[in-house]
Write a protein that binds this ligand. Structure first.
Ligand SMILES: [Zn+2]
Length: 325
C-alpha cells in the first residue's frame, strides 16, 4: 500500500512516534509507540476521526488514560486499545490533579520509585512524562516541579532537552515518610479475617494472590490469637496500610473493629464474606450500607477481589503472579 503520511505520528498527541501495522481480519490496525502516550492499538478509521478533530476537548484525558494503561504492560497488562468503544471509559477514568500540592506528592513518590537506592537520582522528561501524574500538559508539570523545588523536597540539575535529573532532599524523604505513615503511598494491604485451618487455605489460595496481583502486598494479622479487639501491633499495621480487606466470615468482632479503625483513618476498606455468612454478618455488624463481595469458594473470591481492587483502588495495577515453584 502507499505510504500513509500520518503513519509516523501519534494519533493522540501528533508528535513523531513509531507506528506499525497489525494484521486484523476486518480493518487496518496501527500499533503506536509514543514517548508521551505509551503503546496502544488504534483502528485506521478511528485514527482518521481523531485527526479530523474529534475528541479534542477530552484529548488530554485520553492521553493520560492510555499512558497509565500502557505503563501496566510491563507488569503483565494488555496493550490499551483506542476505539469508539473504549474511549468513553478511558475519559471517565481520569480526573486531573486539582493543585500543585497533590501533583507534587505524586511526582515525589514516582521519583522515589525510580531510584534503586536513596543516593540515586531520578530522570524526568518534562514533555513526555506529564500524563503519568494526571496532568493536562507540560506547563502544569513545570508548575508542580517549581512547587517541589520551592518547598525544597528535591534538588534538580538544569533542564536539557526537557530532561531533568532530580535528587530527593532530606525534606523530601521526610515528606515521603509522612505520606507513608498516612498510608497514602503505602502498597500494604491489611487483611483482617479469621485465621483457622479452613480460612488459612482461603488466605493462601485467594486473598494473598488476589491482592498481590493487583499491585498490593498482603499483611495479615491473626485475629484469633488476640483477646483485645485492637492491640498496638494491629494499630501500627493499620496505620501503615493503604488498603484494608475485612472478611466477616464466622463473625469475628476484631475484624469489624479493625475495618472501622481503617475507615476512621480514611483508608479504603473492601468487605468480603462467604455467602452463607452474609445475612448474619450484615445483621450483627450493620454493614449493609457497604457493598460486600459475597464469595462461594476460594477461586470465586480470588477473581472478584482482584477485579474489585483493580477497579476501585487508586494506585492498583495488574502484576504477574508470584512464582512459587
Ligand atoms: Zn502521543
Amino acid at each position: 500500500m502507499a505510504d500513509n503520511p500520518y503513519a509516523t505520528y501519534c494519533s493522540l498527541c501528533n508528535q513523531p512516534a513509531k507506528v506499525g501495522q497489525v494484521e486484523d481480519s476486518r480493518e487496518i490496525v496501527f500499533y503506536t509507540e509514543c514517548q508521551r502516550c505509551g503503546s496502544y492499538l488504534i483502528e485506521q478509521s478511528f485514527k482518521q476521526r481523531l485527526l479530523d478533530g474529534e475528541y479534542t476537548t477530552d484529548r488530554a484525558k485520553i492521553i493520560v488514560a492510555v499512558r497509565i494503561a500502557s505503563e501496566g504492560i510491563k507488569r503483565g497488562g494488555d496493550v490499551p486499545i483506542v476505539s469508539p468503544k473504549t474511549v468513553p471509559d478511558l475519559i471517565a477514568s481520569v480526573s486531573f490533579r486539582r493543585n500543585p500540592l497533590d501533583a507534587g506528592e505524586a511526582i515525589l513518590m514516582w521519583a522515589r520509585d525510580q531510584m534503586k537506592s536513596f543516593s540515586d537520582h531520578a530522570l524526568i522528561t518534562i514533555p513526555h512524562d506529564y500524563p503519568l501524574f494526571y496532568l493536562r500538559n507540560e506547563a502544569e508539570l513545570r508548575d508542580a516541579i517549581d512547587y517541589i523545588l520551592d518547598t525544597e523536597k528535591w534538588s534538580a540539575g538544569n533542564v536539557h532537552d526537557g530532561k531533568m535529573f532530580v535528587r530527593i532532599t532530606p525534606q523530601g524523604w521526610h515528606k515521603l515518610e509522612e505520606l507513608q505513615r498516612a498510608g497514602k503511598s503505602s502498597r500494604q494491604a491489611f487483611v483482617a479475617m479469621r485465621f483457622n485451618d479452613e480460612m488459612k487455605q482461603v488466605y493462601y489460595s485467594a486473598f494473598e494472590p488476589a491482592i498481590y496481583e493487583a499491585g498490593y502486598d498482603p499483611y495479615r494479622v491473626d485475629t484469633a490469637k488476640n483477646n483485645n479487639p485492637i492491640d498496638d501491633e494491629i494499630i501500627v499495621g493499620l496505620k501503615a496500610s493503604g488498603l484494608v480487606i475485612a472478611d466477616l466470615t464466622e463473625l469475628r468482632h476484631p475484624v469489624f473493629f479493625e475495618a472501622g479503625f481503617g475507615l476512621g483513618l480514611g483508608i479504603p476498606v473492601i468487605w468480603t464474606v462467604r455467602e452463607d455468612w452474609f445475612d448474619e454478618a450484615a445483621k450483627q455488624f450493620d454493614t449493609r450500607q457497604y457493598p460486600h463481595i459475597k464469595w462461594k469458594d476460594a477461586a470465586d473470591l480470588k477473581e472478584q477481589l482482584n477485579l474489585r481492587i483493580l477497579a476501585t483502588v487508586p494506585g492498583s495495577y495488574r502484576r504477574d503472579p508470584i512464582n512459587k515453584s
